[in-house]
Design a protein around this ligand. Structure first.
Ligand code: XBP
Ligand code: MG
Length: 259
């Protein structure tokens, strides 16, 4: 039997619904730079196909404007965007999604390892974790892998390979928590059982290979934060999920999925 040893969390869209704040911050940076670009929700949903802020700017310029952009402009726009994004975080405007803190607390109480595998910039992760869970929380994670850990971003599995290597774990000894096509593609490319919590930006994504797709983890005893199952692997039973997904649920699903 394969034992579940760690839960690996994606950040954007999974820990918190951050993409709307990224979008607003991108537009702020464009305006500050005197550009007339404005990414509305519909356009940003298309741009999310490409992970990484700098890559996303280049993708917009090449595929939507049919132009080229100097690398130093990409870098300065991305810096300005991240500064604005982190200011939003520090104002406390990005709460954790339902069930995230409860699950992390359960993991800490039972020596289940936790880690992060994200394609976002290091400062975006550390500020979000500190603002939502407290400064000490950065030490709760066995490893935090970010854009600098794996330059080839999701849907490539590099960031997951990197974090597994650092932790000395096999893919099947972990579960990934993700929210998007790029995330599930990255994790399942190396056979990590993956739980998807969808959000407004990813609800239309395809999640082939995911262990389960749900609306949110949900919070025990909170009728306003109930986990709805959207799709579930044939090896699993919907009855495993009550009103929320906690560590016990994850262990049961992992057992059914991997054995
Ligand atoms: C999702 C992303 C990120 C952010 C922007 O990453 O695509 O690129 O939208 O972050 P995750 P940067 O794997 O955490 O869901 O601007 O810092 O690149
Ligand atoms: Mg994500």
């Amino acid at each position: 039997m394969t034992e579940l040893k760690a839960i690996i969390f994606d950040v954007d869209g999974t820990l918190a619904n951050t993409e709307e704040a990224h979008r607003i911050a991108f537009n702020y940076a464009f305006e500050q730079a005197g550009l007339s670009w404005n990414w509305d929700v519909e356009l940003y949903t298309k741009l999310l196909k490409v992970t990484g802020g700098k890559e996303r700017i280049r993708f917009y310029v090449s595929d939507f404007l049919n132009e080229t952009i100097a690398q130093d402009l990409v870098v300065s726009l991305h810096e300005a965007k991240n500064a604005q994004y982190q200011a939003i975080i520090k104002r406390g405007e990005l709460p954790l999604r339902s069930g995230i803190l409860s699950l992390i607390n359960e993991c800490r109480a039972s020596n289940m390892k936790i880690a992060i595998a994200t394609t976002t910039s290091p400062g975006n992760v550390t500020n979000l974790v500190a603002a939502t869970m407290g400064e000490d929380a950065l030490g709760w994670f066995e490893y935090i892998a970010d854009a600098e850990s794996a330059p080839i971003k999701k849907p490539a599995p590099d960031v997951y390979e990197f974090v597994l290597d650092k932790m000395g774990l096999k893919p099947e000894e972990t579960i990934a928590l993700e929210d998007s096509y790029n995330g599930v593609a990255a994790a399942t490319a190396i056979n990590i059982p993956t739980v998807i919590t969808v959000n407004n930006y990813t609800a239309q994504d395809k999640f082939e290979g995911a262990m389960i797709v749900v609306s949110e983890l949900g919070e025990a005893g909170d009728a306003t934060a109930k986990c709805e199952v959207i799709n579930i692997d044939a090896k699993l039973d919907k009855a495993m999920v009550g009103d929320n997904i906690d560590l016990g649920t994850l262990k049961a699903m992992h057992k059914a999925f991997t054995n």
